[in-house]
Ligand binder design. Sequence first.
Ligand SMILES: NC(=O)C1=CN([C@@H]2O[C@H](COP(=O)(O)OP(=O)(O)OC[C@H]3O[C@@H](n4cnc5c(N)ncnc54)[C@H](OP(=O)(O)O)[C@@H]3O)[C@@H](O)[C@H]2O)C=CC1
Ligand SMILES: CC(=O)[C@@H](O)[C@H](O)COP(=O)(O)O
Ligand SMILES: [Mn+2]
Length: 386
Amino acid sequence: MKKRIAILGSTGSIGTQTLEVIEANPQIFSVSVLTAQDNADLLIQQAIKFRPLEVVIGNERHYEKVKSALSSIFVKVHAGASALVSVVESDSVDIVLTAMVGYAGLLPTIHAIKAGKDIALANKETLVVAGELITSLAKQYKVNIYPVDSEHSAIFQCLVGEAENPVEKIILTASGGPFRGKDKLFLANVTKQQALKHPNWTMGAKITIDSATLMNKGLEVIEAKWLFDLQAGQIDVIVHPQSIIHSLVQFEDGSIKAQMGLPDMKLPIQYALNYPTRVKSDFPRFNFTDYPSLSFEKPDLETFRNLAIAYEVLEKGGNAACIVNAANEIAVEAFLLDKIGFLEISDVIIESVAKIAFVSDPSYSDYVQTNEETRRFASDMIQVKV
Ligand SMILES: NC(=O)C1=CN([C@@H]2O[C@H](COP(=O)(O)OP(=O)(O)OC[C@H]3O[C@@H](n4cnc5c(N)ncnc54)[C@H](OP(=O)(O)O)[C@@H]3O)[C@@H](O)[C@H]2O)C=CC1
Ligand SMILES: CC(=O)[C@@H](O)[C@H](O)COP(=O)(O)O
Ligand SMILES: [Mn+2]
């Protein structure tokens, strides 16, 4: 039986690479659902090529265009955020790949879990915002969450066969982003064009800026806590500029296992979709002599404050990481619109954590409220600066 996949965010970097994996393996995978937010043209092309049963265009203004373009093929067309939560519940879906960006991933993921669907999780913000809720729902509904994020896929691959062996710690690798080694004086004047030049990966704009501020690594520390049930003190970060070692696990006997390969998201995507079986691929192979030295450095937490903030809110718990996520989303959007400078991204987050009410044991509606309040607060703060 083929695995029937719903791709939430099929028009993005992860979404399009997922379709490449599916196209290369038609005997293993099929597409049931595709969703996009604004890119109606690409969604239409994808639907004509992959023939899903249902598509969702998030922005309702594009509904008529998508509907009429797909009228001659058998595909149901929906629009709006509410349709995202119903399509994931379909009987024709086995696994939901969450490849949309940001807080918008949370509610569809909750619905997918409650409908008993396994999750291939790229949308790290879901676990950052509500890791406790998501992991307890996954246990309750007996669904698996397979990591897509490259570092977490690496950890997951290192843990295979180690169920009896407690983890001493994990080591997440960070590229260091385009501004590795730079000081605050330099960072004060960097442009979005500079920040969008990731040294090793081609990704969507939001995660690329997060990589440049090290917020991405902070979000990944929180994501790892929930995926692998770890304490903050068991999660280290090491800067590894070549992005060849994707992450490492250290066991109680001191042994360290690493997962390596050229930077290519198709491998973790494919591993998550077909776990536990590896799929033969023609992805370019890593050659050791092309990389005579792999190097490692300590992250600079004073200059790149977002990573330090992530550790702080991980210790704090409750809705603190939800506040950080919302403030970061607003601040990154403002940076991309040239409304604030690079260093002000951290200022907006720090101020938001200080001002938004802390809730120690949040429910889903507390997360919704925290997200809304923080977005308002952060937007107002940015407005005053402009
Ligand atoms: N790219 C990568 O290599 C990696 C990404 N990730 C994570 O995967 C997720 C996706 O990243 P990436 O693919 O780079 O992002 P992109 O910006 O490339 O793609 C985002 C996708 O989400 C859709 N989308 C945007 N806003 C909304 C919304 N409000 N509701 C529903 N869908 C929406 C977009 O639709 P449209 O284009 O039609 O507007 C698009 O399909 C992020 O959480 C990221 O952190 C994790 C590891 C690696
Ligand atoms: C591909 C992937 O998983 C990204 O999250 C990547 O890791 C970003 O790189 P850095 O955050 O390490 O710069
Ligand atoms: Mn990653």
